[in-house]
Design a protein around this ligand. Structure first.
Ligand code: ZN
Length: 82
């Protein structure tokens, strides 16, 4: 198994997700990977779940809280570069 490649893909997809540029398939991949990969779940799980939550709300309301997404991005950046 090449978990590392998957993890890199996940981080890339997560950034796309934050930019609102992912497809439903990618969201599914992200969710599945987080369920399978303890390392990513530990590292990105909180931000990821929060992001998905925000994005699903955005779709309903058409009222995307940009500041919330920005905060997640910053938290994520700090996590990754730490
Ligand atoms: Zn992973």
């Amino acid at each position: 198994m090449s978990e590392e490649g998957h993890c890199e893909k996940l981080v890339g997809s997560l950034y796309q997700l934050l930019d609102g540029e992912v497809t439903e398939d990618q969201v599914e991949f992200l969710q599945e990977h987080l369920e399978e990969c303890g390392a990513c779940l530990e590292r990105l799980g909180v931000e990821m779940h929060f992001t998905l939550l925000v994005r699903s709300r955005c779709r309903d309301d058409q009222d995307c809280p940009d500041q919330v997404l920005l905060n997640i991005k910053e938290a994520l950046q700090a996590e990754i570069t730490a």
